[in-house]
Design a protein around this ligand. Structure first.
Ligand SMILES: Cc1cc2nc3c(=O)[nH]c(=O)nc-3n(C[C@H](O)[C@H](O)[C@H](O)COP(=O)(O)OP(=O)(O)OC[C@H]3O[C@@H](n4cnc5c(N)ncnc54)[C@H](O)[C@@H]3O)c2cc1C
Length: 418
């Protein structure tokens, strides 16, 4: 074996949405970087496979043509126009993502398997500024003076890569996080999710609404059924880890029970077939603000615990944090300042200024899901009231409106029929 030494400005560990997002914007700023993934693309990632408007927003900022590719290929990226919430009492409520739709409006969300989507993102990393290593093993990460040194094995060659900054985009089990932030574990706020693909499920919404079933047994989590372009559906369940421990929930059994016995769900699976196996993975939720950077390092996506505490959405936040991390690094490179205090204000503070309210509201909503009666009340009233349905619909885009959901006065008004 021979050894190679590489010098670069930034090393990114992980080429999922967070790593790819970081790389797109570093390339835009002309900053040379090395990006490393242990897998070889296309690779799978356990997920619900639903992408929201935030995903589209970041891709559009990275390159408008990439978003056009997505929006013009409905066979691959299936447009989704809304959500069906199924209350604990079994009542469904259809909420479109947008209330002012014209003939040219594009769907704000889409579904696509992560095997396909992450490979799409990975293919866009190619740039004169990005050196990409996939199927590579990071054997160690060191600090040497004012540089980070990553030791990597790729195609039987040992590499030693030096850079003043490392981006941890290596997901829920992040090795970069463990190396630099070992004292801040997220176990208490994390959730566990299972995912399965099925064929032959009936009764899907004609405009590909994604379905969230708030089953009593898994609150404040939910079971989801998301349509996919190839006729398959993504079915899964996500529950807080502490709830699983407390109530000794067998998540797999819970999901299979719902598919076999739940009166709303079971008939639709009468002739369905499981494709592949049921798989699980962690969702590091953004329920408490935690440090996401320090001297010579920045964490993005799941490595920074940025999954929405209510919806479980993490792809959009992974891309978004990659975009903000790259902007902070651009300033750091210009100033030659790689200190913890610099990244804390240029990255952590900026991210929390933009996403902090969203995380706070979602944390409250997640807690409110512990009260099934409240959930039933809102769905029952919205079922009868078009204006309430429109208000909830507008909450997807209007944060001030969404904040109403976390206030007691909102429920009081509903109760009093105002
Ligand atoms: C069951 C479930 C359902 C979900 N459903 C949704 C959903 O419908 N919509 C949504 O928006 N979000 C969903 N999420 C969350 C979403 O999957 C994550 O938030 C998102 O994948 C985070 O992206 P990331 O790039 O930070 O991490 P990842 O997607 O995990 O990517 C990390 C990358 O780092 C690589 N890596 C890891 N360790 C190393 C190493 N040591 N060396 C080199 N490379 C390494 C991995 O191979 C991987 O490619 C779900 C999550 C789960 C578990």
């Amino acid at each position: 074996m021979s050894g190679k030494q590489l010098e670069t400005s930034v090393i990114i560990i992980g080429a999922g949405p967070a790593g790819a997002g970081s790389s797109f914007f570093l390339s835009k700023y002309g900053i040379p970087h090395v990006i490393i993934d242990k897998e070889t693309f296309p690779r799978d990632k356990v997920c619900g496979d639903a992408c929201s408007g935030k995903t589209a927003l970041v891709i559009n900022r990275a390159n408008q043509e990439w978003l056009s590719e997505i929006l013009n290929d409905a066979q691959t990226f299936m447009p989704s126009w809304g959500i069906t919430f199924i209350a604990p009492n079994g009542k469904p409520l259809d909420i479109p993502f947008t209330t002012n739709r014209t003939a040219t409006t594009k769907a704000p969300g889409f579904t696509v398997s992560r095997m396909v989507f992450d490979n799409f993102l990975f293919s866009k990393i190619a740039s004169p500024y990005a050196s990409v290593y996939q199927g590579a093993t990071v054997t160690d990460i060191d600090k040497k003076g004012d540089k980070v040194v990553v030791h990597m094995l790729h195609n039987n060659v040992e590499y030693s890569i030096n850079a003043p900054i490392i981006i941890g985009a290596d997901g829920d089990k992040s090795m970069v996080r463990k190396k630099f932030l070992s004292e801040h574990t997220t176990a208490k706020t994390s959730a566990i999710g299972l995912r399965a693909y099925y064929e032959g499920v009936t009764g899907m919404h004609h405009e590909n609404f994604i379905e969230l079933h708030f089953l009593k047994e898994v609150l404040p989590g939910y079971l989801w059924i998301f349509p996919l372009p190839n006729g398959q559906v993504n079915v899964g369940v996500g529950v807080l880890s502490e709830r699983i421990r407390e109530k000794k929930i067998n998540l797999r059994q819970q999901m299979l029970d719902a598919i076999t016995n739940n009166p709303q769900i079971a008939p639709r699976f009468a002739n369905a077939r499981l494709v592949g196996s049921i798989q699980g993975w962690g969702l590091p939720l953004a329920m408490h603000r935690q440090p996401m950077s320090g001297e010579n390092f920045v964490l993005v996506g799941d490595a920074a615990s940025l999954v929405d505490p209510f919806s479980g959405e993490g792809i959009g936040n992974a891309l978004y944090s990659g975009m903000l991390a790259a902007a902070a690094i651009k300033d750091a490179v210009e100033k030659g300042d790689y200190s913890g205090s610099f990244f804390s204000s240029a990255y952590d503070d900026v991210l929390y200024k933009r996403l902090g309210d969203e995380f706070r509201i979602s944390t409250i909503l997640q807690k409110l899901c512990n009260y099934p009666r409240l959930f039933n009340l809102v769905v029952n009233k919205a079922y009868k009231s078009e204006s309430l349905r429109n208000t909830i619909s507008s909450m997807f885009t209007d944060m001030d409106l969404r904040a109403q959901l976390s206030k007691p006065s909102f429920y009081l008004k509903i109760l009093l029929n105002k």
